[in-house]
Design a protein around this ligand. Sequence first.
Ligand SMILES: Nc1ncnc2c1ncn2[C@@H]1O[C@H](COP(=O)(O)OP(=O)(O)O)[C@@H](O)[C@H]1O
Ligand SMILES: [Mg+2]
Length: 141
Amino acid sequence: MEITKQDRAQIAKKILDGDYKSGIMCRFVTVDSGVGIKTYSYIGSRNAAYLRQQKAHALGLGPAVGKRFTLKYKNFWGEYDKLYCFVTQIARNIGRKRSDENIQRLKDALKKNKLEQAAEDLHFDNVGTVDGKMVCIDFIY
Ligand SMILES: Nc1ncnc2c1ncn2[C@@H]1O[C@H](COP(=O)(O)OP(=O)(O)O)[C@@H](O)[C@H]1O
Ligand SMILES: [Mg+2]
């Protein structure tokens, strides 16, 4: 998916309006029903999250990733802010209660593939489904 000028304006507006979901590292903005944007304050965090999610997706353990890009926008005080972003497939059913067995299975698969940080932070808000399959959505802390 290409990120158009209009998309950038829409993403920046949602960030400024507080229309996003977030934990500690990431602010997540929805673009449409299937596509979202993960935004980070530091380029290193964005790149680590992107590369790990890309690897997880190839293994069927995470959502697909799209392009990386930098979003520059004017903040509330009229100064420029920068966010480091990447496009992601949207996962469903995040935050739903899951069985210990299913969480453990996902944890083991992530660990086996050197995605330890994701494996260690598998609380319900970091787990969702893609095409009915349980996946991890958060790869850095
Ligand atoms: N791929 C995704 N699909 C749907 N929602 C997402 C996705 N990635 C993140 N989110 C939402 O954004 C929140 C924060 O993202 P997350 O990657 O967990 O960052 P943090 O490291 O800040 O916890 C998640 O709990 C979830 O609600
Ligand atoms: Mg999280």
